[in-house]
Design a protein around this ligand. Structure first.
Ligand code: AMP
Ligand code: MG
Length: 416
């Protein structure tokens, strides 16, 4: 049996106007993809009944499963149920169980239900309501010419809850195929280098399938395993993960939701070591990324944002002569900043960043994106070992800063 085709329809003026980013469609498409289902069509309409009707008709001509979000609320602009009834050529009728559930939802919050909310219990004749324990808007399911149309609330948390409650299980059963996927994150090489290294592992006819994506300097290797049952899918997935890791080695820093900062934090934690930072061009971003992780106080001591030269001198004892002779963006200054942090704190490791984030400030010798990062380490014999790296990073100001912070974290990761 060929795989079922799906379409996703999101409804709302705020989406059509570009004021709200359509995260529902992305989330649903990912949920379908995880089950091996391709959503071949993504549609967005304004709160306009004829547009919704046209979109539903088109979706039905293209797909067997149509997932709809939005337009189930109690206000004038919530038109999904009316468009669905028009499509089905039926009337709306009151669903008493839904009305009771909505009234009970309000009662639990000590409020009385507004008259307006009654419309949310109206169901096209021939369709069925899907209960919504986390909000007022029930969903609606209809079977039209053997094709399933499932309407869910627009509020992302309610939509996700309804999908998990009423749709996910049925999809798993219907597809009879189990998909397990994982993502391995790498740092240090570009996407084409990674692809070159992976070689045959990236063949398109392979199962598990291996592919790469890149975002903010981090190349991620996506692995998708498909089988008839869970144990087969999982063991094939783990085997391929092992193969990818053995090819890429130290380039791999994490899996699935793990960030570079979390990976560094875990390594510091395991080694019982601490870190402090000195930031110029990253202006606190490095500290921000490190402290995004709960529990980071166990290994991250703190840091200095020394943006002006006087602060580098006064706070971190960077010699004025170094700045005068080499410039603030230079190896000697980056190293002196890192040493200065160890001089001013008890940390075992110190990271320092200094660079030209742009858009101005570049020169021929030091173009925008020129960045020095340094790592100082207190050795067991109390001497200090320092290493520095030069990067010339592409991208705008925000990208240069983020890549600098990532490069600094990666320098430390490789050193621990
Ligand atoms: P609705 O159910 O259409 O009244 O939507 C309620 C709220 O959910 C809207 O005001 C949006 O803030 C949000 N929302 C609706 N649709 C989406 C979507 N596709 N992606 C993200 N947020 C959405
Ligand atoms: Mg709406």
């Amino acid at each position: 049996m060929p795989a079922m085709q799906a379409a996703i329809l999101s409804i709302g003026d705020e989406l059509a106007l570009g004021q709200t980013v359509d995260t529902n469609t992305a989330w649903l498409a990912d949920q379908l993809a995880r089950r091996g289902l391709m959503s071949r069509l993504h549609l967005t309409t304004a709160d306009d009944q004829s547009a919704i009707l046209a979109a539903l008709r088109w979706a039905l001509s293209q797909a067997e499963l149509i997932l709809v979000t939005g337009g189930l609320g109690p206000t004038e602009d919530d038109l999904t149920r009316f468009a669905l009834a028009e499509l089905m050529g039926t009337e709306l009728q009151l669903d008493q169980a839904s009305l009771d559930a909505i009234a009970a939802f309000f009662a639990r919050r000590g409020r009385t239900m507004a008259q307006r909310n009654q419309v949310q219990a109206m169901c096209p004749v021939g369709a069925a309501m899907l209960d919504n324990p986390v909000g007022t808007a029930p969903g609606i399911r209809a079977l039209i010419d053997g094709k399933a149309v499932i309407c869910m609330p627009g509020v992302p948390s309610e939509m996700r809850h309804m999908f998990q409650r009423h749709v996910a299980g049925a999809l798993d059963e219907q597809t009879g195929r189990v998909i397990r996927s994982a993502v391995l994150h790498t740092f240090g090489k570009g996407e084409s280098d990674i692809a070159q290294m992976l070689g045959e592992l990236m063949r398109r006819d392979r199962n598990p399938l291996v592919g790469t994506t890149v975002a903010r300097g981090i190349v991620s290797v996506r692995i998708r395993s498909e089988a008839g049952d869970v144990p087969s899918a999982e063991s094939a997935l783990e085997t391929t993960i092992g193969e990818v890791k053995s090819v890429l080695g130290e380039l791999v820093f994490g899996r699935d939701d793990q960030t570079l900062a979390q990976c560094v934090g875990r390594k510091l934690d395991e080694a019982g070591r601490t870190l402090a930072v000195a930031e110029s061009c990253t202006g606190g971003l490095l500290a921000k990324l490190l402290t995004d992780t709960p529990g980071s106080s166990g290994y991250f001591l703190g840091g200095w944002v020394t943006y002006a030269n006087a602060m580098k001198q006064g706070q971190l004892s960077v010699e004025e002569r170094l700045i005068r002779e080499h410039g603030a963006v230079s190896q000697p200054v980056a190293e002196a900043m890192a040493r200065g942090v160890l001089g001013r704190s008890d940390a075992d490791y110190a990271l320092a960043t200094t660079g030209i984030a742009g858009p101005g400030g570049g020169s021929r010798e030091k173009p925008v994106g020129t960045v020095w990062i340094a790592l100082a380490r207190r050795m067991d014999d109390h001497t200090v070992k320092v290493e520095a790296q030069l990067h010339v990073l592409p991208g705008d100001r925000a990208m240069v800063r983020l890549r600098t912070a990532h490069a600094a974290l990666n320098l430390l990761r490789r050193a621990i």
